[in-house]
Design a protein around this ligand. Structure first.
Ligand code: 26A
Length: 344
């Protein structure tokens, strides 16, 4: 296997601090939340952060979906393999994020907006479900000026693979497209997560503009179903949706697109552009008592999967690495990975 180039993987999205607690149906009802969802906070949601901290013994945990993925990929790769971009404020929450990524060996290049607080995500755990309410704060003021700084763009030019959290479509589609064009022009890998049902529902236009550039697209069952619904495929089964995603028109014809649909404990579905069969990969079994919480399981899967791709591993092994890291992550509190490090 070829050695991994320094900072071969560059990730972009929204750095957030998770305020995570075990909740109950009353708490969900109070803020009109679904048990398993991810939304942007409206004004009526804003008291939830203090509520979680004061009344539910919430923990502060480094989050932001693609930042979790970046930490996950770095977990499996040699030191200095992954760099992550996003926007934060100049506050206590940003320093908690800095400490967490430092411990994980992840390099971050944050755009600092001193006028806006670091973004927060309230995470309400009920059983194996998690409901997330995000106030993006400074993550929302990320802008192209940061990506275009010579020292930051040099990182993009150096990278061999990009991973975009789809949540970033709510923030700065031009930055996503700039990386997409760089990838296609130089035959680099461009991977995207659908992130949440509301992305294909409400951010269809920028999502679709990026679609021709996807070499890899990852979503869970709810995100795939939401994509289908907003693209005239309502009610299609998951293998059909995976196949549809894999075979959308593609800009860079030197790579075949891979579409992955995860579905919790059910098998991971993998469709490859131009191939008839949609393959199923059963997930790694785990005893229910060992599951701490499933928040971040999908991010961990993407992290393991991307680490495999960056190392040039065959597809089936990349899937296995994703499933392995997801299994480790759900045994931790929040979107975290065990320390000391376990070897794959
Ligand atoms: C724009 N939104 C809503 C978001 C997020 C988000 N990350 C970026 N943008 N909403 C929730 N998350 C993160 O998802 C992780 C679990 O997959 C949370 O911070 C959490 O760590």
């Amino acid at each position: 296997m070829a050695p991994v180039k320094e900072y071969a993987l560059l990730c972009l999205e929204n750095p957030l601090l998770d305020i995570q607690a075990v909740g109950n149906d009353d708490l969900l009802a109070k803020y009109k939340l679904k048990a398993n969802d991810a939304i942007l906070a409206s004004p009526e949601h804003l008291p939830i952060y203090e509520d979680l901290l004061n009344n539910y013994d919430a923990k502060l945990i480094a989050g932001g979906a693609a930042q979790n993925t970046a930490r996950g990929a770095q977990y499996l790769l040699p030191p200095n393999s992954v760099v992550y971009l996003g926007g934060v404020g100049d506050d206590k929450y940003a320093s908690i994020l800095h400490d967490a990524v430092k411990a994980a060996g992840l390099r971050v290049e944050y755009r600092v907006d001193p006028a806006t607080p670091t973004g927060r995500c309230g995470v309400v755990i009920t059983g194996h479900n998690r409901s997330m309410v995000t106030e993006l704060g400074a993550a929302n003021t990320y802008a192209l000026d940061h990506l275009e700084k010579p020292e930051i763009w040099a990182l993009a030019e150096n990278a061999e693979a990009f991973y975009i959290g789809g949540y970033h479509f709510t923030v700065c589609p031009p930055a996503i497209m700039k990386l997409a064009h760089e990838a296609a022009a130089k035959n680099k890998l461009f991977a995207l997560s659908l992130s949440a049902p509301f992305i294909p529902q409400f951010f269809k236009e920028p999502l679709d503009a990026s679609a021709p550039y996807w070499d890899v697209v990852i979503g869970n069952e709810a995100e795939a179903a939401a994509y289908a619904e907003s693209h005239g495929l309502a009610g299609a089964d998951l293998p059909t949706i995976a196949k549809h995603l894999a075979n959308l028109p593609k800009e860079n014809t030197q790579r075949k697109r891979v579409a992955i649909v995860t579905q919790g404990t059910d098998p991971t579905l993998v469709a490859v552009q131009g191939e008839d069969a949609v393959k199923e990969y059963p997930v790694k079994p785990i005893e229910t008592e060992k599951i701490n919480d499933t928040n971040g399981a999908g991010d961990a899967f993407a992290g393991g999967f991307l680490a495999g791709l960056v190392e040039g591993k065959p597809l089936h092994e990349c899937i296995d690495m994703g499933q392995w890291l997801a299994k480790l992550s759900i045994q931790e509190l929040g979107p975290s990975y065990p320390f000391p490090k376990q070897a794959y």
